[in-house]
Ligand binder design. Structure first.
Ligand code: 13P
Length: 251
């Protein structure tokens, strides 16, 4: 069965108005290249750039996402500093990242994450939900237990998995250049699949990987058939490396 492979660019706090050329380059590449498997490229720039980017880029294989929405469940109102899910949707995004470890570290607890996920879906934004263990949890053999906790504390039992991508991002891998071994990943994804099936009755959850994905290691990661794509930080900022990642995946 041919499945969609996601390449999601998380620009974090990077980029400016001129960075649109990076997206245009990727778009030109996609127009000229046909791969056997379906793929979807989602750019998640900082929210201040969303409107101008989505207005300019109208491409079948490129979509846009935000890196956050407000936990306030109103479309507008007296909430200084907040951007509602509706505002994000209106700016042309169809996705939002929720639960990223960098955001959890700042101000996102389980209650907030759960609330944001439900608000996002209500506003027709698909959620890229991030989970991942830190190094000390990994060293204590608590990786899967941590992921299970993160999932059960954040996802409603009745959540519609058509609106959800789960990104496994081990914290010890983000920005470090270290990726887990294929054995380790195999175990994690098998367990995740089994757990999600048992608890949420979902047969084909979309599971992706994030953490130090580069042009060099993507081919190794591609060997794992349970991984349906990647959430890419640093290596997604330049079109040259993002294009190479896509190319190397399909090689
Ligand atoms: P890096 O690819 O820079 O390690 O970042 C991964 C990440 O946090 C994506 O959300």
């Amino acid at each position: 069965m041919s499945k969609t492979i996601y390449f999601i660019a998380n620009w974090k706090m990077n980029g400016n108005f001129h960075s649109i050329t990076e997206i245009e380059n990727v778009n030109n590449f996609l127009r000229k290249n046909v791969f056997s498997k379906l793929k979807k490229i989602i750019f998640c720039p900082p929210s201040n750039l969303l409107v101008s980017f989505t207005k300019k880029i109208k491409a079948k294989l490129i979509d846009f996402g935000a890196q956050d929405i407000s936990k306030i469940d109103f479309s507008h109102g007296p909430y200084t500093g907040q951007l509602s899910a509706k505002m994000i949707k209106d700016s042309g995004a169809n996705y939002v990242i929720i639960g990223h470890s960098e955001k959890r570290l700042l101000d996102e607890d389980y209650k907030t994450i759960k609330k944001k996920i439900s608000i996002a879906i209500k506003n027709k934004l698909k959620v890229i939900f991030c989970i991942g263990e830190n190094l000390s949890q990994k060293n204590k053999n608590l990786s899967f237990k941590t992921l299970k906790n993160q999932i059960t504390n954040s996802l409603d039992k009745k959540i519609d998995f058509n609106n959800l991508i789960i990104a496994y991002e081990p914290i010890w891998s983000i920005g470090t250049g270290i990726i887990p071994s294929n054995n380790y990943l195999d175990q994690i994804y098998q367990n995740l699949k089994k757990f999600l099936n048992e608890k949420y009755k979902v047969k084909y959850p979309v599971l992706i990987y994030g953490g130090s994905v580069t042009t060099d290691n993507v081919a190794i990661l591609a060997k794992n058939s349970l991984i349906s794509g990647f959430l890419i930080g640093g290596a997604s900022l330049r079109s040259k490396s993002l294009i190479k990642i896509i190319k190397n995946y399909f090689k």
